[in-house]
Structure formats: C-alpha cells, structure tokens
Design a protein around this ligand. Structure first.
Ligand SMILES: NC(=O)c1ccc[n+]([C@@H]2O[C@H](COP(=O)([O-])OP(=O)(O)OC[C@H]3O[C@@H](n4cnc5c(N)ncnc54)[C@H](O)[C@@H]3O)[C@@H](O)[C@H]2O)c1
Length: 420
C-alpha cells in the first residue's frame, strides 16, 4: 500500500480555483494525496472556494481545511499564517506555492526550512541567484522542487520535443509566439500587484513560451530585449498591459514573443495563444506550428456562461476540463492536471521509495531521484530551468530601459547586463 502525501496550498486565488485544487482533489481520490489545507491572505478567496457550486458538483464528497477559517472577518489579514500552517505539517509532505510571484521565494524557503517538498507555480522566482539558492538548499535536504510549467505537458509539446530530439525538424532558427490574456483580467485581483515596477506580460505569460522553446530544443537563451506599453488598471494602478520580447539563442535563433492583457472579452477566445518555429535542415526547412487557441471545438451556449460572460466560445479540451467519469461528480482532464500529477507524483514516489530506509540512505536516495528528474528535464526544476530566471531578469532590465538589448552571461556566475 502506498502512503498518501499531505498537501498545503499557499494562495487561494485564480490558479488554485481553476487548476490546482481540483487536480489535488482528484489525486486525493486516487490515493496519492491525503489531507488538503489551503492558506490565503484573508478568508475571502477561501469563502469563494468553499461556496463553489462547481466544486460541489465535481467533488461532492471532498473538502479542504481553510486557513484562516472561512468564518473569519474578510477584512482581517494574515500575511504570516502560512508559516504556522506549514510548521504544523508532518515532515516531507508537499507545499504548493500559489501566491503572487514576488512572494514565491519567501514561501518556498519557509517550506524548505520546514522539510517540505514543493510544487511552485511558474515562475519559480524572479532572480537567478534565488533559484540557485533554492536548488542547493533543496538538494542538500533531499527535498524536491517542481515548477508547474504546464505547457510542457500539452501533448503537442511532448510530441514536438520527441521529434526535435530525433532531428526530424532540423535546427530551430526563427519563431514567433503569442499569449494575450483576456481583457477582464485588468479588473481582477491582478490590478493590485501587476504594476509596471514588479512585472509585465512578457514575464507573466511570455515565460511559458520561452520555457517551451527551451523544453523542445534544449537551446540556451543568450540575449533578450522587451518593450512594453503601459496603461491604467481600473483602480488607477499603472502597469504594462502589452509587451513584445525578442529572445536570441546560443545558436543565433530568434524568438519573438507578444503578450498582453487584452484579448477582447467578447471574443471566442478565451485568450490568444500560438507558437510557430521554423527550423533549418540539410537542403530544406522544418516547421512546428501550434494553434493553442482554437483547438477545433466550438460551443454556443444559451446563456453567457463562457469566458467573461460570453456565449460563443472556442473550447480547449486540452488544458483543463471537468468531465463525467466512472466515479462520483466529475474528474479533471488535460495537461493542467497531468502537470500537477507529475510533480506531486514525483514527491509521492520519492517518499514511498524511502519510507523504510534509515535516515542517511533515505537522503542519498532522495538526492539521486532529484538528480534523475533534473536530468530527464520533463518536469521543470530549479536545476534544469534556471535560464528562465535569467530571461526574466534580462526582460525586466530591458523593459525598464525602453527595450535595450540585455546580454545573459553564462560561466562561473551567470548574470545579465545591458548590452554595450
Ligand atoms: N498559467 C500559469 O501557470 C499560471 C496562471 C495563473 C497564475 N499563475 C501564477 O500563480 C500565482 C498566483 O496567481 P493567481 O492568478 O492565482 O493570483 P491571485 O491574485 O488570484 O491569488 C493570489 C492568492 O495569494 C494569496 N496570498 C497573498 N499573500 C499571501 C500570504 N502572505 N499568505 C497566504 N496567501 C497569500 C491571496 O489571498 C490570493 O488568494 C502567480 O505566481 C502567477 O504567476 C500561473
């Protein structure tokens, strides 16, 4: 009998509601996950999760423990409560980090200090040195860190990687990616933290395609330039609402990435996303083209139950859907689920493999499995994806300098610098 792992999700916002919690509920059904706790800054998102009709229908027999309690005054803030909750967990379970980007580092370090494995939503952190610090501490303690770049688990990405590795496309030379999130994001919780000084659409969603191109090709990015267009959120905060970035790779290949918070709410969307990569072969060229928006399914509803209240929708059956199955309620399907399952499955496998080992052997075995997963590079880890942090640093430096080119210097102490 395998032993389930307990999970504490820190953060109760959009990504928890749309992907993480339903995936983890399903893993509780399969026996991989035991107790589920969710900790937020205040009770308001927890009340929403608790009252969700969708969850009641999909997971009629399941619940999570809320911190603070959903009965707590929603005006009351608990910025450090997650520390108490994580400290109270049995050792070597899983902490899922789903707070705004700038809090990832603190929550991950707290989890590691308390001997917990980690699933972190992307991006792991915004600074390369922090990624390396996390990688070293986690490996020393034999704790696994998985970064939830779910596009890696889209079947089309896995197929592209297999063919690229086999040389079936040739060598990547020129590409284009787009991810334009819906306009209504501007009036969500985003407006509180998506300010120009903290982040931008390239760092927020462009990172998915930057990660994916490296996942498919294994090429290292060496130069980055990002330009942005600022605008006001409904609460008056100013943020970059649009961004365009150019990433140049070690072989000279160029990827252009366009991102924004502005796909029309009335559109069939629910967002715009795509990837096109041209490759050079011997005497001919190769091509990878993914339409990640329109995946061949159209729905027109009687009521405005689509994205942002829309009626006619392009429906992606691939990312995350709750569908009928043989069991109670509905089950999640798609690469959003597969990705969470792969990361928590790795933690579960590690702990079950070492369950009967003496402490020293357990540590050695855990470290060996972590190195194996790093080397396989299917799941993003701090060791195999820290170029993402370098691209993020370079992008921030570039966008704050009007799109000036930024070089990524590798070597003994990788860093970024404005090009001369
Ligand atoms: N495609 C993706 O991979 C994807 C999509 C969406 C979001 N994300 C990532 O998920 C993270 C969260 O995004 P979101 O859209 O859910 O944000 P959100 O604003 O909807 O939710 C943030 C949550 O963090 C909680 N929080 C803030 N401070 C806290 C604290 N001190 N202690 C405990 N909880 C705290 C808030 O209560 C809120 O529930 C971000 O890092 C984002 O980049 C990834």
């Amino acid at each position: 009998m395998s032993k389930p792992i307990d999970v504490t999700i820190v953060g109760g916002g959009m990504i928890t509601a749309d992907q993480l919690l339903p995936s983890i509920y399903q893993l509780q059904r399969t026996g991989m996950v035991g107790r589920i706790e969710v900790c937020a800054l205040d009770s308001s998102p927890l009340r929403v999760l608790k009252a969700s009709e969708e969850f009641r229908q999909a997971f009629p027999e399941q619940e999570f423990i809320a911190h603070p309690s959903e009965a707590e005054d929603p005006q009351q803030r608990f910025p450090t409560l997650y520390k108490t909750v994580v400290a109270a967990m049995p050792k070597r379970q899983a902490v899922v980090v789903a707070v705004p980007d700038e809090l990832h580092y603190d929550v991950i370090m707290e989890a590691l200090r308390n001997e917990q494995h980690v699933l972190s939503v992307k991006p792991l952190v915004h600074r390369y040195t922090q990624a390396v610090e996390i990688e070293k501490l986690a490996l020393a303690k034999g704790l696994f860190i998985g970064i939830e770049y779910h596009k890696r688990f889209d079947r089309r990405s896995l197929i592209a990687r297999k063919h690229y590795e086999s040389g079936d496309f040739g060598e990547f030379v020129m590409g284009e990616a787009k991810m334009i999130e819906p306009y209504f994001y501007r009036s969500s919780n985003f407006q509180k933290w998506f300010t120009w000084d903290k982040t931008d659409p390239f760092v927020y969603v462009g990172c998915h395609y930057v990660d994916l191109v490296q996942f498919i090709t294994g090429l290292k990015p060496v130069r980055v330039s990002v330009s942005g267009v600022k605008g006001k959120f409904p609460n008056g905060n100013v943020g970059y609402l649009w961004a365009n970035g150019r990433v140049i790779y070690e072989n000279g290949a160029i990827l252009s990435v366009t991102d924004g918070l502005g796909y029309p709410d009335e559109g069939a969307g629910s967002n715009e996303q795509c990837l096109m990569m041209f490759c050079e072969g011997a005497g001919k060229t190769g091509l990878i083209a993914h339409d990640d928006q329109f995946r061949g399914v159209e729905h027109s509803y009687l009521k405005g139950i689509g994205c942002a209240g829309s009626v006619f929708n392009y429906v992606s059956p691939d990312f995350f859907r709750l569908v009928p199955w043989e069991g109670p309620g509905y089950k999640p399907i798609g690469y959003g689920y597969d990705s969470v399952e792969a990361i928590l499955g790795t933690i579960h496998r590690i702990e079950n493999e070492v369950a009967d080992l003496p402490a020293a052997d357990s540590l050695t075995r855990r470290q060996a499995i972590i190195r194996e997963v790093d080397a396989r590079a299917i799941i993003a880890t701090p060791a195999n994806s820290n170029t993402n942090e370098l691209v993020t640093e370079a992008a921030r430096l570039s966008i704050l300098n009007d799109g000036h080119m930024v070089n990524i210097a590798y070597g003994d102490s990788p860093h970024v610098e404005l090009a001369k």
